[in-house]
Write a protein that binds this ligand. Structure first.
Ligand code: C2E
Ligand code: MG
Ligand code: MG
Length: 707
């Protein structure tokens, strides 16, 4: 293939002979023609046939035919153009016309008349035309797109702006003007950054730079624009770049949505999460954020920091006796009192329920925080006037002082533990977290870890304490009592690990294991009691266990799987559990009764309830607490109480078990009072399963010592 060659010497343009010229004209897609000054057509090149009729048959083409294809609306303009050209020597007049080809296709033709009357070789008007249909269509599309854009831009319900690549606005639509309250000329020529909230600027500029440097094709940001009235409004802004066909950036186009309403809803929710609705104090979330911030700020951290945990004493009692709204009133007043004794730099928060926390930064010495705690204790000790009643509460306060290893969660739990100790040591006082507490906490952690392991590795076992009928002096059944056979520690008693199991919710899986073990044992003892009767087994259940929504299903499944009769099972519950009026507890109690399980009140007499509550309790058995039995035969008062409990229980159709029976005197006194069953060291301590089985076997053959 030859390459295009340009002659350096353009003076030597060759002249062409007539044949060559004719051939060039024949092949030209453009039309060349020559007209007389009066308009007569002297010559049209063969392209005329293609342009006017769409036919390549140049022979069939006549000038007349060609003229007839011209759109009637364009004829006058064409004539005018010709006349203008004809009037002036050398004049070049352009025109546009439409020609309807034989198949109906309309072509757009652009042409010029050139007056060459003074050129002796021509002496006429030259005509040059070309078919610009495709170009016209292209321009129409562009025009269409442009007008659509204009339409969309001007009438868009969202704000729209065009800006140069430095972010300077050059067009703004009416929606954006009204959104921001400016006239277009107050924005045009200014950069977006001049109207952006200073706090959003760094982020916005970074995104803009990434857009300009093509690291991202578009960006979106939620930012604040300054309204003409000086307020800031939240907008969702989406920005992209318009580029030319080579990909070079031309300008930016931005869309703005006013999201201030959504933001204010979101902010209200956020505020709610950050501030306690009742007291107006910071809520837990805000407090923990502030604590976290203080701990990560080196200046603050080095300047002495303490956290106080404040638990109101006897608050539950106020709620229970005066009602929840009185309780709420007390909390509001309590919060005000708390704030009144804080330093300006302290932050108080309602941590939940009747618990408050205070963050104390900038402490000069530990005595600062001690005197603050003392001030809090003193204001909380003053009577609260609620519903015309003077209510006395007080506060148990725990203090944790930050050291290098402190984190927000260790500080909170240390202050909590210290408050717990303040409660344990008599309430209405403060305690500072110290090494003793540190040891207790690590011991508890170790216990919790060990307990989780125990659950998974069958280290939990049951001891069985016989319950003897006073009339026959024979065994009626056993109470199953939990033991932890902990390797390296021997047998661990329930009081050592149940509190932590309750606190960490481990009591739930433990409770199911207890049911499984007890049912398995019950199955083995089927028919093994006196006279071939199956002994009963009593299982202790705490209120926390009902918080598992699957409780009833699981227990019933365990009993069914073991194949034991639910009637042989008793569930022992404390008075507080029975008094708990939550729906979960009530439903679980009902399910158990319907299933056939007997219910017993454990430790009766130690709870809040009075004898009159007994009739409301859905139980079959009352177990009189050991504390009443201990002094039987001693004070007349205890005997009177025991007698009343027995009398009333019988009247209500309930049987009575006395717990903690240790001496023959107890047995005799209880028998004389008509107590049905006796449980205690006098007969037997809780026994490991095989010993209990032996005890049961002996009971059938060997009569126990008569009381
Ligand atoms: P409880 O249900 O009142 O059990 C009776 C407690 O009194 C048992 O203590 C028993 O060993 C003890 N005891 C029995 N007779 C005498 C006596 O004559 N004198 C004295 N001083 N004490 C006697 P234990 O086994 O230490 O259990 C303590 C508590 O732990 C139980 O009190 C019960 O509330 C709870 N508990 C035990 N096992 C479980 C369980 O499986 N689940 C739940 N939720 N709690 C359990
Ligand atoms: Mg019990
Ligand atoms: Mg008991």
């Amino acid at each position: 293939m030859g390459q295009l060659q340009y002659s350096n010497d353009n003076s030597t343009v060759q002249t062409l002979d007539a044949r060559c010229l004719t051939a060039l004209l024949r092949h030209s897609p453009d039309l060349v023609g020559l007209l007389e000054l009066d308009g007569q057509i002297r010559y049209l090149s063969p392209a005329a046939a293609r342009i006017f009729t769409g036919s390549s048959e140049a022979q069939a083409f006549t000038c007349d035919l060609g003229l007839r294809t011209i759109h009637p609306d364009d004829v006058d303009a064409l004539s005018a153009a010709f006349s203008d050209a004809a009037a002036t020597l050398g004049a070049k007049i352009g025109f546009n016309l439409r020609a309807t080809q034989s198949d109906g296709d309309i072509r757009h033709i652009s042409g010029n008349f050139l007056n060459l009357a003074d050129d002796p070789d021509v002496s006429g008007i030259a005509l040059y035309c070309n078919d610009v249909t495709e170009h016209v269509a292209f321009v129409a599309t562009l025009y269409d797109a442009q007008s659509r854009f204009e339409e969309a831009f001007e009438h868009a319900p969202i704000g729209m702006a065009l800006a140069d690549m430095s972010g300077r606005f050059f067009r703004i639509n009416p929606a954006m003007c009204s959104m921001l309250g400016y006239d277009p000329d107050e924005l045009i020529g200014h950069r977006f950054s001049e109207f952006t909230h200073p706090a959003d600027l760094t982020n916005n500029n970074a995104l803009h730079d990434e857009l300009v440097t093509r690291q991202r094709p578009v960006y979106s940001i939620e930012k604040r624009y300054r309204h003409a009235n000086g307020n800031y409004i939240w907008c969702q802004v989406n920005v992209s770049v318009v580029r030319d066909s080579d990909g070079n950036p031309l300008y930016e186009i931005g869309q703005l949505f006013d999201i201030s309403e959504q933001r204010s809803v979101a902010e209200a929710l956020e505020r709610e999460a950050r501030y306690d609705a009742l007291t107006g104090l910071a809520a837990r979330k805000l407090f923990l954020e502030a604590l976290e911030r203080t701990l990560t700020d080196p200046r603050q951290r080095n300047s002495g920091l303490a956290v106080l945990f404040i638990d109101l004493d006897h608050f539950k009692h106020v709620n229970d006796t005066l009602g929840h709204s009185a309780g709420d009133e007390l909390l509001v007043v309590g919060a005000k009192r708390l704030e009144s004794v804080l330093r300006a730099t302290d932050l108080a928060c309602r941590f939940g329920g009747d618990e408050f926390m205070v963050l104390c930064p900038d402490l000069e010495s530990p005595s600062d925080v001690a005197s603050l705690a003392e001030r809090i204790r003193t204001v909380m000790e003053q009577p609260f006037r609620i519903r015309n009643t003077d209510v006395f509460i007080g506060a148990s306060i725990g203090i944790a002082i930050a050291d290098d290893a402190s984190t927000s969660s260790t500080l909170v739990s240390q202050a909590d533990s210290a408050a717990y100790r303040a409660k344990a040591r008599g309430r209405n006082r403060y305690e500072v977290f110290d090494d003793d507490l540190r040891n207790i906490i690590s011991h508890r952690l170790e216990l919790e870890r060990g307990l989780r392991f125990a659950i998974d590795h069958n280290e939990l076992v049951l001891a069985y304490q016989p319950i003897i009928a006073t009339d026959t002096n024979q065994i009626k059944g056993f109470e199953a009592l939990l033991r932890w056979d902990r390797p390296g520690h021997g047998i661990v008693m329930p009081m050592e690990f149940l509190p932590i199991a309750e606190e960490r919710d481990l009591i739930i899986p433990i409770g199911y294991q207890v049911f499984e073990l007890a049912c398995k044992q019950l199955k083995q003892w089927e028919g093994c009691g006196p006279n071939g009767v199956t002994p009963t087994v009593a299982v202790n259940v705490s209120a926390r266990q009902f918080s598992d929504p699957d409780f009833s299903d699981r227990v019933e499944a365990i009993i069914t799987a073991a194949g034991v009769d639910p009637k042989q099972l008793t569930v022992e519950l404390t008075e507080t559990t029975l008094m708990d009026d939550t729906a979960a507890t009530a439903a679980a109690l009902q399910r158990m009764r319907t299933f056939g399980i007997s219910l017993a009140i454990d430790d009766f007499g130690t709870g809040y309830s009075s004898l009159s509550y007994l009739r409301k309790m859905p139980v079959n058995t009352v177990k009189i607490d050991r504390s009443f039995v201990v002094d039987l035969g001693g004070t007349a008062a205890d005997a009177t109480i025991v007698a009343a409990v027995i009398y009333l229980s019988h009247a209500l159709g309930m049987s009575v078990v006395a717990e903690g029976v240790e001496t023959i005197d107890h047995v005799q006194a209880l028998t004389a009072l008509g107590c049905d069953y006796i449980q205690g060291y006098y007969y037997s301590r809780p026994l490991m399963p095989d010993v209990a089985t032996e005890f049961l076997a002996q009971d059938r053959t060997d009569r126990r010592a008569a009381a």
